[in-house]
Design a protein around this ligand. Structure first.
Ligand SMILES: Cc1cc2nc3c(=O)[nH]c(=O)nc-3n(C[C@H](O)[C@H](O)[C@H](O)COP(=O)(O)OP(=O)(O)OC[C@H]3O[C@@H](n4cnc5c(N)ncnc54)[C@H](O)[C@@H]3O)c2cc1C
Length: 325
């Protein structure tokens, strides 16, 4: 591992002033330190932000403000999150393991890097790790099983790994950011980018911008949940996941619907075509199936990822049926 200097910042302003090109912010370290050990990340200066960002959750005006330093376990177990945002609590609890969730912070979770095996292996070509080096995952014979089916580019087919981010995209959360030019809010979805020609850029954040908090607007009406399909029951990233909220009127027709898919794209995928397709229609299996088809018309599976299209379709139908009961 490359030698690096370390400072612990006491406030967002101090963290931002300590940042310089080649530096990295450190949250719980559960992703960054792994990547440093693998040689994928090699910062020469670490700015520990666990005391620079709030570790509290506050309620006001029907909204919730979650400090970026809140640990994943504390977020998932907070009474207001469990009661009012069950989709978010469930998403966080499906991630990683109890020990990792105790360490991992909200800011770090959102900015964790892809689990694409070619990104994590420094002997392989990867445009995300080394721009211009190529994408091994698109070469014949590549292990493509967990790559993207939506929104990918010839330069990158990796998927975004965070379960929390998928729920935040469905909830329309806002990410508060502090940087050298002051503070701003970034709406979810919108924090994470699709790869296009710059897969090295995971998000719209500029170098040195620090996530300080997340704002959760009032929860969507109706019932909500998060379901994750994975290869084993814990310690596994999503093959496909779905954050969903559904509100049905007394006449049995859909009044409101929020859907975001995980495991299918370089960013959490808000399924807006499917959301629009169910509005005002009877809450039935047929409605949900044709809405899923509408969304997945845009899918471009690689050889080996065709199963994800079927999985995503079945997940949308099954979860919406569950919420409509
Ligand atoms: C075995 C294993 C299984 C896992 N399974 C899952 C899973 O199923 N689902 C899932 O969602 N996650 C999973 N994870 C990932 C885990 O959730 C992340 O490692 C964790 O959330 C990262 O948070 P952290 O605070 O430790 O981030 P760090 O490792 O400290 O940082 C991650 C990145 O965020 C940056 N950063 C940190 N804080 C800030 C901030 N406030 N502002 C700006 N930048 C910041 C860092 O510079 C770094 O680039 C798994 C991890 C492991 C090791």
């Amino acid at each position: 591992m490359r030698a690096f200097s370390y400072v612990r910042a006491g406030s967002p302003a101090e963290a931002v002033s300590q940042y310089r090109p080649g530096a990295a912010y450190l949250g719980g370290g559960t992703n960054l330190v792994d990547l440093m050990r693998l040689g994928v990340a090699a910062p020469d200066h670490i700015v520990d932000v666990t005391r620079a960002t709030s570790d509290t959750i506050t309620e006001g005006d029907g909204e919730l403000r979650v400090g970026a330093g809140v640990r994943n376990s504390d977020l998932a177990n907070h009474p207001a999150v469990r009661e009012r945002y069950p989709m978010l609590a469930r998403a966080v609890l499906t991630g990683a393991s109890g020990q990792i969730r105790n360490m991992a912070t909200v800011g770090g979770n959102l900015l964790q890097r892809t689990r694409c095996p070619y990104f994590q292996d420094v002997t392989m070509a990867c445009n995300k790790r080394t721009p211009g080096s190529g994408c091994q995952a698109t070469e014949p014979g590549a292990e493509t099983g967990n790559m993207a089916i939506l929104g990918h580019s010839p330069d990158c087919v990796a998927t975004h790994p965070s379960d929390m981010a998928v729920a935040l995209a469905a909830l329309g959360a806002r990410v508060l950011v502090a940087g050298p030019d002051g503070e701003r809010r970034v709406a979810m979805p919108g924090l994470h980018r699709l790869p296009d020609g710059r897969p090295d850029l995971d998000t719209v954040l500029a170098p040195g911008e620090l996530i300080t908090a997340i704002e959760l607007p009032s929860p969507p009406p109706g019932r909500s949940t998060y379901r994750k399909v994975r290869e084993r029951a814990s310690f596994a990233f999503a093959l496909v996941s779905l954050a969903a909220a559904l509100d049905i009127g007394g006449d049995g027709q859909v009044r409101d619907c929020r859907l975001a898919l995980g495991g299918v794209a370089h960013a959490p995928w808000r399924a807006q075509a499917a959301e629009r397709a169910v509005l005002g229609l009877p809450a039935s299996r047929e409605t949900f199936a044709s809405a899923a088809d509408e969304e997945l018309r845009a899918a471009r599976p690689l050889p080996g990822t065709e199963y994800k299209v079927t999985l995503a379709r079945n997940l949308i139908v099954s979860v919406l049926e569950e919420l409509s009961r």
